[in-house]
Design a protein around this ligand. Structure first.
Ligand SMILES: [Zn+2]
Length: 675
């Protein structure tokens, strides 16, 4: 019987894949691919799209589809056997891609293709794939001399292990901390379920009292609700000093930060760039570090007065209502929550009763019908868990455009958070048109007591966000795999379609039809919606400058900071705070030591992308605000100019074609109540 991971005939056979299939599939695919690479390398025939790019694409697509299924399953149904199979095969796959991106001969062949006289007869999408390949070979070190290549590879390997170590240190330091409360009055104000969980955690350790930890379900409610101020201070300090010199030296990230920055800088210099920020921006929409810094500075100049006002409101409220003469860092979340409750007088729990999944999902699908004239219907397909569903999107004529899986509920052995991933990309080979497939994953509460699952408004926003990524991948009309759907889209523009979708969750015309009280059957009352809307921009000024502080710190670290110099990263952060922040944490705070996004994730010199893409998404949405949010003509234009084109042209061009002009920052400021 055929290994299901090697069956590329249709939707994945999730009902048949077992951990035992992983190693044989990976081995076979890597062998086949290496043989093909050898053939492509050795042939003397001039490279063409058909004899060179396409077979290479075929081979890499098979590998990425098979491995994509494995890593998807590893994220959503992580069993010990699967994790072992995944970890055992990951280095083989990583090595294959690293060697490929340094392959001088293949690089030369792409250069020949690019220089050939018939390059211009290729489609714009094909041309763009080749241009991207040349860029990625350069960034992968293919143009370096043999000794440089060796050093470059060495740097890549060191960076990979330092990043993994950074993340492990944060995790270990977080998990290691425990604080036992022996007097329950110290937990006054903390929600009962959190207190109960703390009691059970202490019991499991065979200790009296209540056990608090630094993990989110314990840390956040304590900071937000615990009336006992010294307790908040203790927990805050522990959290703020994780993976630093204040804890075990084995978990101290301080030396790792400079090592990572120095290695990135060295790699950048080898590749011929002035700094790592330039390397990072080479594949992004923003052109230079200066441009990003100016963008962030401009936002800061606009946002800081609002942030000051937010802080003043908070300080006054703390003094007048809570009798706190001064706000410390460990009071911010606590006082904020009290102020929010007083000002807007509703709870997330109250809204949630109006948002059952059985009404929200059809409501979200209806939006796609209204805007784009498409239909979404469930289809039967093998999933990886009984709760997983598969849907088909069809156009007006009933022609399928793609499929997506929906895995909504939190489970043991499922990675946290919400994310979209591509399973199959749209691609044409001769008469055969392969349609795209996506996974949408969330971690919402499953249904209980025979009632449908209920979503908070935040969860509905998350669902719309991931669905937006999904539509970007599924509604593509590009036939060339490398730039269809989300492929080849600049990193700092990828959040455009997803953040765009979030806006609809704040529209009465969209939200109202997707509400029905789980018991009474009544739709959401207008008065409650108005309070929800009024609270939308609560403290948005303070949130904005915080994001800007992180973004500026990240960009400056990678653009003009000397990791071997006398200035510490913490000193640079202080300078940036003086420029943009309104809240100044205590001197012991070690934010850089926990900034995994940039030291362990893929966000190095890229943290600004969130705000960058939000300018685009807010400004794109403003055309809907002008023309009517449910205007099908505007919807169709958004589809054809933004969603359909994938990475086949620069994101800026797609935006400008849709909006009729270059992006401006006004809509973002207005959506945050800053006008
Ligand atoms: Zn996203």
């Amino acid at each position: 019987m055929i290994n299901p991971l090697l069956d590329f005939s249709g939707l994945p056979s999730f009902d048949r894949i077992t951990p035992a299939h992983v190693a044989p599939a990976v081995t076979q695919l890597l062998d086949e691919n290496r043989r093909l690479l050898e053939t492509l390398r050795s042939t003397t025939v001039a490279p063409t799209w058909e004899n060179f790019v396409q077979p290479l694409e075929d081979a890499n697509e098979r590998l990425s589809r098979a491995w994509g299924q494995v890593s998807h399953l590893n994220a959503v149904v992580n069993s010990p056997a699967l994790r072992e199979a995944y970890n055992a095969n990951l280095p083989k796959v990583t090595q294959y891609y690293a060697a490929l991106s340094q392959d001088q001969i293949l690089f030369e062949k792409f250069k020949r293709l690019h220089a050939a006289h018939d390059f211009s007869s290729l489609s714009p999408a094909q041309q763009r794939v080749i241009v991207h390949e040349l860029r990625d070979f350069r960034l992968g070190g293919a143009a370096l001399s043999p000794t440089e290549k060796e050093r470059f590879l060495d740097i890549q390997e060191q960076l990979a292990s330092l990043s993994a170590k950074f993340e492990d240190n944060v995790l270990d330091a977080t998990n290691d901390f425990a604080w036992y409360v022996n007097n329950v009055t110290e937990l006054t104000g903390v929600p009962a379920d959190v207190v109960q969980a703390a009691r059970e955690a202490a019991e499991q350790d065979g200790k009296p009292g209540w056990k608090l930890t630094l993990r989110a379900p314990s840390y956040l409610p304590v900071m937000q609700y615990a009336d006992h101020r010294p307790l908040r201070e203790t927990i805050y300090r522990a959290y703020a000093t994780r993976a630093s010199e204040f804890g075990p030296s084995a978990w101290d990230n301080t030396p790792l930060i400079r090592q990572i920055l120095a290695l990135r800088q060295e790699a950048a210099h080898l590749l011929g760039f002035a700094n790592y920020a330039e390397v990072s921006l080479a594949s992004k929409m923003a052109e230079t570090p200066r441009q990003v810094l100016d963008f962030l500075d401009e936002l800061a100049a606009k946002g800081r007065s609002y942030a000051r006002k937010d802080l003043a409101d908070l300080t006054n409220f703390a003094r007048d209502t809570l009798g706190l003469p001064e706000i410390a860092a460990w009071d911010i979340a606590y006082v904020s929550e009290k102020l929010r409750q007083q000002r807007y007088a509703f709870s997330e729990q109250e809204i949630k009763q109006y948002l059952p999944e059985t009404v929200v999902l059809p409501g979200m699908f209806q939006l796609v019908t209204t805007l784009y004239g498409l239909s979404i219907a469930p289809v039967s397909a093998p999933g990886w868990h009984p709760d997983v569903r598969c849907y088909q999107i069809t156009d007006r004529e009933g022609t399928p455009l793609g499929w997506f899986y929906l895995d909504l509920y939190a489970r043991e052995n499922k990675r946290g958070g919400a994310w979209m991933d591509d399973a199959i990309g749209r691609r044409r080979r001769g008469d055969d048109l392969q349609m795209p497939v996506a996974y949408l994953n969330c971690n919402f509460s499953a249904p209980v007591g025979g009632k449908p699952a209920l979503f908070t408004h935040d969860e509905v926003i998350t669902l719309f966000h991931e669905f937006g990524h999904g539509l970007h991948h599924l509604l593509t009309q590009v036939d060339v795999l490398g730039v269809s759907g989300i492929n080849g889209v600049e990193w700092d523009a990828v959040e455009l379609p997803s953040q765009f979708m979030e806006n609809f969750c704040w529209e009465w015309a969209v939200l109202h039809p997707m509400t029905r009280h789980v018991d009474s059957g009544e739709p959401l009352p207008r008065a409650l919606f108005d309070r929800l809307l009024a609270a939308k921009n609560f403290q948005s000024g303070m949130q904005l400058v915080r994001q800007l502080e992180f973004s500026l710190f990240d960009m400056r670290l990678h653009a003009d900071y000397d990791p071997t110099g006398t200035q510490s990263p913490l000193q640079l952060l202080d300078i940036i705070r003086d420029q943009v922040a309104v809240i100044f944490p205590p001197a012991y705070h070690r934010f850089p030591n926990n900034f995994s996004h940039i030291f362990a994730g893929g966000y190095g010199a890229g943290y600004y992308s969130y705000k960058w893409a939000e300018v685009l998404s807010a400004d794109a949405y403003s055309l809907f605000e002008e023309n009517g949010v449910l205007n099908a003509e505007t919807g169709h234009r958004f589809w054809s100019e933004v969603l359909s084109v994938g990475g086949s042209r620069p994101a800026l061009e797609s935006f400008t074609r849709f909006r009729g002009r270059a992006p401006v920052i006004d809509a973002l400021l207005r959506h945050h109540g800053m006008t």
